[in-house]
Design a protein around this ligand. Structure first.
Ligand code: MTE
Ligand code: MO
Length: 336
């Protein structure tokens, strides 16, 4: 689908490309490297893809601050930056939140700590939230929106969010939010506002389709609806792949597991027998995924393999009807 980008008359900096909203979710076999190739990263744009002209782009910091200001891309790039590796995971379709989509990647991000911008802006001590506004606009689920908007808790953002302008050492692509996006390690994809144009500090959550209506959840043991923020415990099997034939013999089962806190165990079940996989370690302030692996002798025939991760807070993947339900694959092993 390629028709001409549609200019937004109210905003000189942006054109919306028609909603090629989701690039096909890459099969797990394409996610074998610790850092995912940008070419294998899923894409979500609820209104389509914004094409931003960097010459007119600026980021505004406003709301409950003493010194509101605006910076352009050169000024942003001139500020001290940090580089970190972290998971990018989609919560799933907000209209079908229990369906697993396995849209996930692990990427190297470079950007300016939001803290740096806040120090310059001098927040009012009563400010509690950061509202991040994207330049994209359009209709989603029958509601017209003049922007994509998310609100995030100011304390978390001040501690670990960045204004990201590079993925894997290259400028963000248009699909992934060029020229800049908010990125808060450990949070679900919906919060990483692409084509960022403004951050506004507020005392309350703003009402908006993407803040208080969609992407809300109730968590186990509670009936209160809360915004989708921290990622859940989850895992994905990347090898063996279901596409390529597997020969009988010693087989390495590998994959990735991640959560808000480090993963402490991955149970791999092969045809009903449960084994503890070897799991790479992760520091508490690192939000990359952790590799797991297990050697097993597979005889010729069909096998069902699944992985189930547990984090250090004892959150564990459910077996069914949840977006983070255990990942199971069925493979056919050839006799040699
Ligand atoms: N401006 C804007 N930012 C956005 C979105 C969007 O529609 N508009 N979608 C969000 C969702 S739901 C996800 S999962 C991630 C996906 O990031 P990616 O397309 O770079 O993979 O972007 C988030 N940021
Ligand atoms: Mo998403």
């Amino acid at each position: 689908m390629t028709s001409a980008p549609r200019p937004r008359p109210d905003l000189p900096t942006v054109c919306m490309e028609p909603a090629r909203t989701t690039k096909i979710t890459p099969p797990p076999a394409l996610l074998r490297t610790r850092v995912t190739d940008v070419a294998n990263v899923y894409v979500i744009g609820h209104f389509g893809i914004a094409r931003v002209d960097e010459r007119n782009w600026s980021l505004r910091v406003a709301g409950m601050v003493r010194n509101p200001f605006e910076i352009n891309l050169d000024q942003l790039r001139a500020l001290p930056s940090v580089t970190l590796t972290a998971v990018l995971e989609c919560y799933g379709n907000p209209l079908e939140p229990d369906v697993p989509t396995r849209r996930v990647a692990n990427l190297s991000w470079r950007g300016v700590p939001v803290r740096t911008l806040l120090d310059q802006a001098e927040p009012d001590p009563k400010a509690r939230f950061i509202c991040a506004e994207g330049l994209d606009a359009g209709e989603f689920d029958g509601t017209a929106c003049r922007e994509y908007l998310k609100d995030l808790p100011l304390d978390v953002v001040a501690r670990r969010a960045i204004i990201a302008y590079e993925m894997n050492g290259e400028p963000l692509t248009h699909h992934h939010g060029y020229p800049a996006r908010l990125f808060t390690p450990g949070y679900f994809g919906t919060n990483h506002v692409k084509w960022l144009r403004k951050i506004t500090l507020t005392a309350r959550r703003p009402k908006h389709l993407f803040t208080t209506r969609l992407y809300q959840r109730t968590q186990a043991g509670s009936r209160q609806r809360v915004p989708v923020r921290d990622v859940d415990v989850n895992s994905i099997i990347t090898a063996p792949g279901v596409e390529a034939p597997v020969d009988e013999g010693d087989t390495l089962v590998t994959g990735w597991a991640w959560s808000t806190t480090p993963i402490r165990r991955v149970e791999v079940t092969i045809d009903g027998d449960v084994f503890n996989a070897t799991v790479q370690r992760r520091a508490a302030d690192d939000f990359s995924w952790q590799g797991f692996s297990l050697h097993h002798h597979l005889a010729a025939g069909n096998h069902i393999i699944s992985a189930r991760a547990t984090d250090t807070d004892d959150r564990i993947q459910p077996f069914g009807e949840a977006r983070n339900q255990v990942h199971s694959i069925e493979i056919n092993v050839r006799a040699l």
